[in-house]
Design a protein around this ligand. Sequence first.
Ligand SMILES: CC(C)(COP(=O)(O)OP(=O)(O)OC[C@H]1O[C@@H](n2cnc3c(N)ncnc32)[C@H](O)[C@@H]1OP(=O)(O)O)[C@@H](O)C(=O)NCCC(=O)NCCS
Length: 283
Amino acid sequence: MREHELGEQHLAGAMALSRAANWNQNEADWRMMLRLGKGFGLSAADGSLIASIVVLPYGDQFAWMSMVLVSPQHRRRGYASRMLRRALGYLQARGLVAVLDATPAGHEVYVQEGLRDAWGFRRYSLAAARPVTGWQDVSGLKLRHLMPDDWPQILALDLPAFGASREALLRALAARLPEAALVVQRGERICGYLFGRDGREARQLGPLVAQDLPAAQALLSHVLASVAAPVYMDIVDHHTSLRSWVLLQGFTVQRPFTRMVYGAESAPGNNETVMLVAGPELG
Ligand SMILES: CC(C)(COP(=O)(O)OP(=O)(O)OC[C@H]1O[C@@H](n2cnc3c(N)ncnc32)[C@H](O)[C@@H]1OP(=O)(O)O)[C@@H](O)C(=O)NCCC(=O)NCCS
């Protein structure tokens, strides 16, 4: 076994790992994460990639850890724990708190390495598009596509919501799926925004940051009428009204995730306004 950084030459192996776990990332996702952060891998003597982890630094306080994958035939041999310790060492050397979103299987690994639970979210999936119901624009909201002049307002709202600047990520997402890059205004001020991206199985919507439920519903009503299904979105658990409304639109719950943190008391950001996370691999 050889530990190494992940580069362009490992993309096929990385895709094989995420496909084997039935994850939604496509090659554009892997490229984006390796451009914005750093990947580590473990390869067998024949050169095949058998384990991965990615770290995505956001500002100078914390970093995301994601893409913890071990090929099915090499599981339960300590490789995920080894990759995790490698990434934690990298982040500790830089004084960064580590945050991640755990699947139930991953959670079992991470608690043993000292990560603690912060809060949860669930993935909702929509197999086929249908008209959105149960929402009427009675609140004077104006919905439109993102424009270049919107960035200062979006970044000012996103900083307290997410807990750090993720401008490079948001700009990359805006280019990935422009029809999902939307803002909603009340008067002259932006009160919510949404981004999305294509995926291997489905289009993923998120992040969605909004000041209230009608703003979130306006964004989702618009995007669900224009983006082709299947669609995934990861809704923060305590937004119960949004979760109920989404079930009425035909979404079903696919799986739970737990946000976990290492090196701090709590996870960064304010999930009062973060309604959809960007996804477990991005934060
Ligand atoms: C989760 C995953 C990364 C674990 O990889 P791994 O190399 O098998 O994990 P490790 O061998 O380091 O496990 C260390 C310990 O964690 C626990 N653990 C690991 N996988 C577990 C599982 N599926 N169920 C319950 N406990 C588990 C066990 O206590 C294990 O020790 P043991 O084998 O001596 O009992 C791997 O199963 C995988 O790729 N799953 C699909 C993708 C995924 O869910 N990744 C996590 C993303 S957050």
